[in-house]
Design a protein around this ligand. Structure first.
Ligand SMILES: [Zn+2]
Length: 313
């Protein structure tokens, strides 16, 4: 399937002494038992836990970290630090800090809850570019969380060529989580729109119409740019999701005749039922109160690549 999944199988195999084939069978059986409601990666985590596999004595690469893992150890270079935030819980003041660490495989958000760890940041000991070693931390969703039993220290290791760009994970739609950067191979099962709106040419924010004029909150009276968006419903067999496709990506998907009803209807019909690879971000739609997929990239399925991946399985 994908490289990450292969690595997990590898780890479970080494940790348990079982053949890879047997582990894959167990994972498939677990998936079937849960009516396919869980991804292969998710099922592999359950199997790893059932087999009593611990990551305690192992240093993992960031792209090997998965939701649900406990006692993980990892090394990474700090590439982003958020300010220390304070909150009140049960009449006591607490602090929390987010940072992002990267290695050559990926990057990940780290959440610090322990005052001793946070002090390292307050004292400017941990700053951007420092390499840190994290031990005994837990994975919550796609984040590393450090409690008081976790360790955090600065080390002298040099990490070069760390991966700083946004990480997009290939997922089943059923596994999409809020604020995930994800991609999925899915069918277009509904197309609605386009809806048009006006934006400011400078900041690209939505503008308000007042009489004949268009007003940007920041730039005042401007000459508006007309933009379009399309709503899609995508379905990959695990789940469907309402999705939004903006102006710049409409062309990529083959919707070019936005102003011509007849041609547009034709183009929309051609797209219905088409399977493509969609990447974007999962957000909350406040109006409908459900998750929505904001698509920023659409790709055709590359059959050669697909065959290659299936064969390497
Ligand atoms: Zn503006």
């Amino acid at each position: 399937m994908n490289g990450n999944y292969d690595k997990i199988i590898d780890k479970i195999s080494k940790g348990s002494g079982l053949e890879k084939e047997e582990i894959e069978r167990k994972i498939e059986a677990k998936q079937a038992k849960l009516s396919g409601l869980i991804s292969k990666e998710g099922a592999s985590q359950i199997i790893a836990a059932e087999l009593g596999i611990s990551y305690e004595n192992e240093k993992l690469k960031i792209d090997e970290l998965l939701a649900g893992m406990r006692k993980v150890n990892v090394i990474g270079k700090v590439i982003n630090l958020s300010p220390v935030r304070t909150f009140i819980r049960n009449d006591k003041e607490g602090k929390v800090v987010n940072m992002t660490i990267a290695d050559e495989t990926s990057n990940i958000k780290v959440v610090l809850w322990d005052t001793n760890h946070i002090e390292l940041i307050e004292k400017n000991e941990i700053v951007n570019e420092k390499v840190v070693e994290i031990s005994n931390a837990s994975m919550r969703e796609n984040e590393i969380h450090l409690g008081s039993f976790s360790e955090l220290k600065i080390i002298n290791e040099v990490l070069e060529n760390v991966k700083t760009e946004k990480v997009v994970k290939e997922k089943n739609i059923v596994d999409f989580k809020l604020s995930d950067n994800s991609s999925a191979r899915a069918f277009i099962v509904q197309i609605q729109g386009p809806r048009f709106f006006n934006v400011c040419p400078d900041c690209k924010k939505k503008v308000n119409q007042e009489g004949e004029n268009f007003i940007c909150d920041k730039h005042g009276k401007i000459i508006q740019e007309r933009r379009a968006l399309i709503n899609l419903v995508l379905d990959d067999g695990t789940e469907s999701i309402r999705s939004v496709l903006f102006h710049d990506t409409l062309n990529n998907i083959g919707l070019t005749e936005l102003e011509n009803q007849d041609l547009l209807t034709q183009q929309k019909e051609n797209l219905l039922g088409k399977e493509m690879i969609f990447s974007g971000n999962v957000r909350m739609n406040k109006f409908f109160n459900n998750q929505e997929f904001i698509i920023d990239e659409v790709k055709d399925i590359n059959i050669d690549e697909l065959v290659e991946r299936l064969e390497s399985k």
